[in-house]
Each structure stands twice: as structure tokens, then as C-alpha cells.
Write a protein that binds this ligand. Structure first.
Ligand SMILES: [Zn+2]
Length: 257
């Protein structure tokens, strides 16, 4: 009976940290490559599960360290984006990807509308409900930060950018972070790289940050810089410094209260 199988879907998010005192909320949509066993066609392909299309390697580690450094709660996905990509709205065709740079994702081909809606209900809705809930219970209007990672080589071309600072229509925090980064690092840091809002990657920012007037930014880290736990911790330390300095500047300028 389908009802019991539906109940067997795991909670699609994990919550780290308590409410936090830092006025910051972290989100990591692509934290996990776990595929529940009900998705037989996806769960059986190990090569697919290891690939970037299944998750963002290293992103959860960075986000968890950042959560500790900044005393900020973190909402992290627990289900692979092969099942449902929580950084896409249900109406987006690539919310349930059918192909990637390297793979045709057979378990997602020719899904019925009923199945697409069921996955959105099982994964997207509770995930974004929890993000909204964390904003609602936050003691102060939080700064929204999403953490992602990307592959060093795409379609055979090496990517030079090491850290991407992405924004949608509200660039306040991204501008301030880029200004801080330009003085504090020789890493290759770039605005709206390696993806742009036109690629549909700012859904979480728009849904929860731009809509409420919260300062927000999406951070993309090249995953060869996150190859071991120490590297992830160091990266989180760098980002915590930039975010702290950037929000301080914005507060002093009256752009953030
Ligand atoms: Zn991602």
C-alpha cells in the first residue's frame, strides 16, 4: 500500500546547532548523496551517487564548522538532489534532473506528474518549511547563507575560480564580502561564478532571503579545496572571517540592523 511507503521516506533535512545567537542561518541543500531504497533506479548506481550531480562533496563539513564558528543554526539536506534538488522550485524541470554533464539519470526519466508532485511533497516542502521555521523563531532577523561546492573540471575545462560569491537581486552582502575578500586573500574569488542567477541557482535565496529583505548570499567552493576535513575547517574559518567583517561593515553603514 502506497501510504506506508510514503511514511517510510526519511526526514529530508537535519538541523545542526540550536537557534543560535549570531543572527545567521546556514542552509546546505546539497549536503547528502543518500538515496532512500524506494528509489531503486537511483540507489543502485554507485558511480552516479559519487558524482557531483548527486551532492556537493565537502559542503556539509564546511557548513557544520561555520555553524560552530558563527553560533548559527544549519539546515542541511539528507536526501540526494537526484531525488529532488532542494535549490529548485517544484515547477523547475531540473528540480528532478534527467541528465548531468556525464550521466543520463535513468531513474528520473519520464516520471509522471503524480510522482514529481509526490517527491516535491516528500522533500522540497518539509525542507523549505524548516528553513522558514528557523527564520520565524530566530531571535533577530538572520543573515541567510547557503553553502555549496562545485567540480574543478566541467565539460573538460578546468575552472579557475576557487570561491564563488553569488547573489540574486539583493547584492548587499555579496558586495561587502567581495570587498573584504579582495583585501584578505589571494584565492580566486568571483561574483556569480561558476553559476549565475539565470542558471536557477538562487531559489533558496529568493524564497527566504530576498522575499523578506534579509541579507543573503550563496557561497560556492571548488571541491578540490575541500579534499580533507582540515581543509574544510580552514575554509570555514576563512568564510566566517569574511562574513563577520562584511556584516559588521553593513551594520555600521546602516544596511543591516
Ligand atoms: Zn550545490
Amino acid at each position: 500500500m502506497d501510504d506506508t511507503r510514503e511514511m517510510a521516506d526519511p526526514l529530508p533535512y537535519a538541523l545542526f546547532g540550536d537557534r543560535g545567537a549570531g543572527g545567521m542561518l546556514l542552509v546546505c541543500e546539497h549536503a547528502s548523496n543518500f538515496v532512500p531504497s524506494r528509489y531503486v533506479g537511483l540507489a543502485s548506481d554507485r558511480k552516479l551517487l559519487a558524482a557531483h550531480v548527486a551532492w556537493d562533496p565537502g559542503a556539509l563539513r564546511v557548513a557544520r564548522h561555520l555553524s560552530q564558528f558563527a553560533d548559527a543554526p544549519l539546515v542541511a539536506g539528507t536526501v540526494s538532489r537526484l531525488v529532488y534538488d532542494c535549490n529548485r522550485p517544484p515547477e523547475a524541470p531540473d528540480a528532478i534532473p534527467e541528465k548531468s554533464e556525464q550521466f543520463v539519470i535513468r531513474g528520473n526519466l519520464e516520471l509522471s506528474e503524480v510522482e514529481r508532485r509526490r517527491r516535491a511533497r516528500a522533500v522540497h516542502d518539509p525542507f523549505h518549511g524548516q528553513v522558514a521555521n528557523m527564520i520565524a523563531i530566530s531571535p533577530v532577523a538572520p543573515v541567510l547563507i547557503t553553502i555549496h561546492s562545485f567540480t574543478p573540471i566541467y565539460n573538460g575545462h578546468p575552472r579557475q575560480v576557487e570561491i564563488g560569491v553569488l547573489h540574486d537581486t539583493d547584492a548587499r552582502l555579496a558586495d561587502a564580502m567581495l570587498a573584504v575578500a579582495s583585501n584578505h586573500t589571494n584565492r580566486v574569488v568571483a561574483r556569480n561564478e561558476p553559476y549565475r542567477p539565470e542558471d536557477g541557482v538562487t531559489y533558496t535565496l529568493r524564497r527566504h532571503g530576498v522575499s523578506r529583505g534579509l541579507l543573503n548570499v550563496m557561497i560556492e567552493i571548488r571541491n578540490d579545496l575541500l579534499s580533507d576535513p582540515d581543509a574544510c575547517r580552514r575554509m570555514a574559518g576563512i568564510l566566517a572571517g569574511w562574513l563577520g567583517d562584511a556584516t559588521k561593515t553593513l551594520t555600521e553603514n546602516g544596511a543591516h540592523t
